[in-house]
Design a protein around this ligand. Structure first.
Ligand code: NIG
Ligand code: FE
Length: 421
């Protein structure tokens, strides 16, 4: 007997016979839809789907949900977050309103270092509790897979503390696919003020071996940008991590055309993220990873940070028109994007980046999932996929979701076969 049948679905969106894995350029404008549908779930996985004229016998299921014309979508994937943090930074929010830039706040010792001070004064238990609360909120708003970074410890112990919290989140929330990302190179820790080389040496020679030993990281990240880490330092850290089999997903080109895209691509990073500043050279460099047997590096843009900081939005339209597989993520963090709402990211993708509702939807599902290496299981509805789906209120079309951007339209979230509410 199977576990769950969802019947009378108005439209089943992103329904494939097998995993789509990644969508490039024009393919991003397609979302396969089935109207008047059913979806069968067996344990944690989708087993099958079809139209109501071929609906299986309800007697073969332990539970039946009548969707009453609601839409069913795959859960969102948030492929870039920093949701483990202590305290909050609304003081800097005031500074920004008064006219200070992100870089000016960082130069005054605010920004990331401010969060690091708070984090190093906070117990592992308290960090876990606040992060778990945020993660629950993300899941309730439709996120079923997520990247979570360290990077607010900036000391040997602080970074390990963050990564251990992320490991405990994985244990607490087995129904959410969580990927841990070691971002020791987020800023130079205060103890190494004026000694950036010493800090990078500590990361590479002491911290990374311990992170690898305890298997605390699925990925490594570096903030490769003006005023933070150079391309040489980024290259050094990525190569050191590769020796432990840890692949990069890095921050690049938020504050400047930093060379981060090129160093990320050269090191086979799974994604390069932010990209608020990008020229034709970066687009060509990313396009070069689509062929020739190389690993594809997925450009990931974070419109929530552009919105909050008032910096340029990434050139998403140009990236898609150049044939790239674009992903969008929330960048959920206390300093530049205090929101993990993927519906808001979807709306910003449409309103501010001129992506179609279908392109932006694929950017937060199929392609974001590929940017976490989870494409065999997540990102779309297909037999064998994780049964992580969203049921909406009845809506007239897919575009209604990013259009009516504050309307509470998510009725129910199912994560690996288990209903959240
Ligand atoms: O992705 N850009 C670097 N890191 C974060 C911001 C972190 C912070 O300000 O606390 C980001 O936007
Ligand atoms: Fe970030």
């Amino acid at each position: 007997m199977k576990s769950l049948l969802i019947k009378n679905i108005g439209t089943l969106a992103s329904a494939y016979s097998r995993a789509p894995r990644m969508l490039c350029g024009r393919q991003m404008n397609e979302v396969p839809m089935l109207t008047d549908a059913w979806l069968a779930i067996d344990g944690e996985r989708i087993s099958d789907f079809g139209t109501m004229d071929s609906c299986p016998d309800e007697a073969g299921f332990r539970q039946v949900i009548d969707a009453s014309r609601s839409w069913v979508l795959p859960c969102f994937c948030d492929s870039h977050t920093h949701l483990v943090y202590a305290g909050s930074r609304e003081g800097e929010f005031r500074d920004k309103i008064a006219g200070l830039s992100y870089e000016e706040i960082a130069r005054r010792g605010g920004g990331i270092l401010n969060s690091a001070d708070l984090l190093n004064d906070t117990s592992e238990e308290e960090l876990l509790n606040t992060a778990a609360r945020r993660l629950r909120q993300c899941a309730a708003s439709g996120t079923g897979a997520i990247d979570i970074k360290s990077g607010y410890g900036l000391t040997y112990e602080g970074e390990l503390k963050m990564l251990r919290v992320i490991r405990r989140l994985k244990q607490m929330f087995p129904m959410i696919a969580i990927r841990a990302n070691f971002l020791g190179a987020h800023a130079v820790g205060r103890a190494f003020n004026g000694n950036q080389k010493g800090y990078v040496d500590m990361l590479v020679d002491q911290l990374l071996p311990q992170v690898a030993e305890e298997q605390l990281a699925d990925f490594v990240d570096v903030f490769c940008d003006k005023g933070f880490f150079t391309t040489e330092e980024t290259d050094h850290i990525l190569k050191a991590a590769a020796k432990y089999g840890i692949r990069g997903k890095i921050h690049a080109n938020e504050l400047d055309v930093s060379g981060g895209v090129q160093v990320g691509v050269a090191n086979g990073c799974l994604s390069v993220d932010h990209l608020e500043r990008m020229t034709d050279a970066e687009i060509a460099c990313l396009a070069s990873t689509l062929s020739g047997g190389k690993h594809t590096t997925i450009p990931t843009m974070l419109p929530g940070a552009s919105f909050f900081l008032g910096i340029p939005f990434g050139k998403a339209r140009e990236a898609v028109d150049a044939g790239l597989p674009l992903a969008l993520a929330s960048d959920y963090n206390p300093g530049s994007s205090p929101s993990g709402s993927m519906r808001f990211v979807w709306s910003l993708g449409c309103i501010k980046m001129r992506l179609t509702p279908e392109e932006a939807f694929n950017a937060i599902t199929v392609n974001a999932t590929a940017a976490l290496g989870l494409e065999d299981e997540y990102g779309a509805i297909f037999p064998g996929a994780a049964a992580s789906v969203i049921l909406t209120e009845p809506i007239p079309s897919l575009a209604y979701l990013p259009y009516a951007y504050t309307e509470p339209l998510i009725k129910r979230v199912i994560l690996r076969g288990t209903s959240l509410c």
